[in-house]
Design a protein around this ligand. Structure first.
Ligand code: ZN
Length: 311
């Protein structure tokens, strides 16, 4: 597209975490611009960041939190599963950080062992623009499913919520280019996600994580050696471990989001379960420890590999 912005700089590595019989790869899209932190997490001020020195240098610079966009590519039970699909290329977006991207995300995904036609399942944690972008790609002038052999899944509560509300133009555009082409191809399924969760593949469960949106899910991975939880946007940034009340400006229900965060962190704390942050910059993952009445992340960078694609 003529509106394409120059390719953003991106880290030249990918990372893999092994949970026994399940493997998770982070596939990078972009680091989000520095202005994103203060906009998204207005309460994550320098003073708040100063109270959690472990956030620096990886998760915050001197002033603001760092954020990233990536997907998690999961191998479980012989299936290739993508959890969220980032911002996407060439999408017309009001947010300049998301508008008309031109990244080599698909080449990185293929280099991680996930060529598009091999993907079996695409999980959408919630129906926001930066989680559905690579659901589709341009074919001529048409948006078509990027993973033609996959089933796409999201929670029924999430789907029904957005179907029932009046959408502004930005959201209408998102559904038009990133959701409805998949639905119209008959590839989007919705599932009821009860309190105890819903297994969608061997060892892969959707669990309710409402607050940021009404039907958001987190994704729990139960490998033979280890458990992990992919946050979606229930935890945008590690500062929300030390300060769970730091809210995102786009949370639909902040109080519910705090309750969801508290439940997730309580279940992870002082175990060897891995927290995988959907917007956490490198090193992206870690275990959760209680310390001085707060939580902190003990980072685990995974196995780093240079990407063979682009970058
Ligand atoms: Zn997001």
């Amino acid at each position: 597209m003529s509106t394409a912005t120059p390719r953003p700089a991106a880290p030249a590595t990918t990372a893999t975490w092994h949970l026994g019989d399940i493997a998770v790869h982070r596939v990078d899209e972009i680091e989000l611009p520095r202005r994103t932190g203060p906009w998204l997490l207005p309460d994550a001020t320098k003073e708040v960041l100063d109270q959690a020195p472990w956030l620096r240098p990886d998760f915050a610079d001197a002033e603001v939190p760092r954020l990233a966009s990536h997907s998690f590519a999961v191998e479980a039970g012989g299936l290739r599963i993508l959890v969220d699909t980032g911002i996407g290329n060439a999408k017309p977006r009001a947010n300049p950080a998301w508008n008309g991207l031109d990244t080599d995300f698909m080449a990185r995904l293929a280099a991680a062992g996930f060529p598009p036609e091999s993907v079996d399942l695409v999980i959408t944690t919630h129906l926001h623009t930066d989680h559905v972008g690579w659901n589709t790609r341009l074919d001529g002038r048409d948006w078509v499913p990027a993973f033609p052999n996959a089933r796409y899944l999201t929670s029924r509560t999430e789907w029904d919520h957005w179907a029932a509300v009046d959408l502004d133009e930005a959201r209408t555009q998102m559904f038009r280019d990133s959701v409805h082409p998949v639905r119209d191809a008959g590839l989007y399924d919705t599932v009821a996600v009860p309190e105890q969760g819903h297994e969608v593949a061997p060892g892969v469960r959707l669990v309710p994580a409402p607050g940021h949106t009404p039907g958001q899910v987190a994704v729990e991975l139960c490998g033979s050696d280890r458990r992990a939880v992919i946050t979606g946007d229930s935890i945008h940034h590690p500062v929300q471990l030390s300060h769970p009340h730091v809210h995102s400006c786009v949370d639909a229900d902040s109080a519910q989001a705090v309750r969801t965060r508290a439940g997730l962190l309580d279940g992870l704390a002082d175990t060897d379960a891995l927290l995988l942050g959907t917007h956490f910059p490198h090193p992206t993952a870690g275990t959760v420890r209680r310390e001085d009445g707060r939580y902190r992340l003990l980072a685990e960078p995974g196995t780093q590999q240079p990407t063979t694609a682009g970058a």
